[in-house]
Design a protein around this ligand. Structure first.
Ligand code: NAP
Length: 324
């Protein structure tokens, strides 16, 4: 598809330019995440009123500095919405058996509705085995094979990984439609790319998934009316790869040599062509934490038979797919 045709197909909301006329509408992930968290706080109050305090347990093994920051932010966000949060800090010398024992204990604890094991785990620990050990109903990261299967089936019964769910929520609340449109997902990791692709497909996107072996990547990206970039390569996507008017959702978080954070997209160049674009930081990142608290709320409601109380706030990708 030519860039011109891609532009024609865009809804008004995406063609809208910011007040200064300097290119793309900037999608404010912080503001949208704050709105989601506000809704979760209200619904959590409704659960508390029925005697259920949503409980989140975060397990951090070792002393990876980035993980420490992520866990602190998750802990704070969960406290803010009124959840009972327990952060378990285990030493780097923790064995696989000890970690599995901790997970089993949390599985059996009725006050804990959601379990998150912060990744990556220190060398020598088997993350896949740990994720499999988590009760799928409490698997708030959506990485247990049972939840992955529910996502593939489009059943709406599972828990969906937070970052991909956050990307869709951001699109939904920004008027960016996926149905029938050319959507390109850069990256195919189990954590981001694959679930994002499945969510887009469930929304009737015409989908292309790219990875490190994709040939003529720039040409494929130019076809995108909606682009999700999740590769972990600073500014890999050049401005002239972006179709005029396209929506660009940048998942990447890359640390530059000068200490600044940068996405997978060359933001300044891409914003001149895109219709809408997420900044880094302040785009997808805050949405991930918002989806974590929403997944925790959902897990608590389901485990307590109170799903109806929060029905108005079903996370992206967790509603049953529409009949064909
Ligand atoms: P990952 O596991 O390293 O996967 C990267 C994917 O990108 C792989 O599928 C890889 O292809 C592909 N890729 C790498 N280099 C490429 C290239 N030059 N051209 C095309 N494809 C390429 O990373 P991830 O966990 O998915 O994370 C991706 C990015 O998102 C990272 O920057 C990460 O920090 C960020 N992230 C952000 C959040 C958030 O909350 N905002 C959450 C999670 C992750 P192959 O499969 O062929 O190797």
């Amino acid at each position: 598809m030519s860039a011109e045709r891609a532009t024609e197909a865009l809804p008004d909301a995406e063609r809208a330019r910011d007040a200064g006329g300097r290119g793309a509408r900037i999608l404010d992930g912080r503001a949208i995440a704050q709105a989601v968290r506000g809704e979760v706080r209200e619904l959590a109050r409704a659960l508390v009123g029925r005697g259920v305090v949503p409980g989140l347990a975060v397990v951090l093994v070792g002393d990876d500095p980035a993980s420490q920051v992520y866990v602190k932010n998750k802990d704070r966000a969960a406290h803010e919405v009124g959840f009972a949060v327990r952060t378990l800090r285990l030493g780097a010398e923790t064995t696989q058996e000890e970690l599995l024992g901790t997970v089993r204990e949390l599985n059996g604890d009725r006050a804990v509705h959601a379990i998150l094991v912060q990744l990556p785990l220190p060398r020598g620990l088997d993350a896949a085995a740990v994720l499999r050990a988590i009760d799928p109903a409490k698997d708030v990261d959506g990485l247990h094979p049972e939840n992955v299967a529910e996502l593939v089936l489009g059943s709406g019964r599972g828990l969906v990984p937070c970052t991909p769910a956050g990307c869709l929520e951001l699109c939904d609340r920004s008027g960016i439609a996926l149905a029938g449109r050319r959507v390109v997902v850069l990256g195919r990791s189990n954590l981001v790319g694959k679930p994002l692709a499945l969510l887009a497909l469930a929304r009737d996107a015409t989908l292309t998934v790219c990875h490190s072996r994709t040939r003529e990547l720039a040409d494929v990206v130019r076809e995108a009316e909606v682009l999700f970039a999740a590769v972990g390569r600073a500014a890999l996507v050049r401005g002239d790869w972006v179709a005029e008017g396209a929506a660009v959702i940048d998942v990447g978080i890359n640390r530059l040599p000068d200490g600044r954070l940068c996405g997978d997209v060359d933001f300044e160049a891409a914003r001149e062509r895109a219709g809408a674009i997420t900044p880094v930081p302040g785009g997808v990142g805050p949405m991930t934490i918002a989806m974590l608290v929403r997944n925790t709320l959902l897990a608590a409601a389901r485990q307590s038979g109170l799903e109806g109380v929060i029905a108005a706030s079903t996370p992206a990708g967790q509603e049953p797919s529409a009949p064909a």
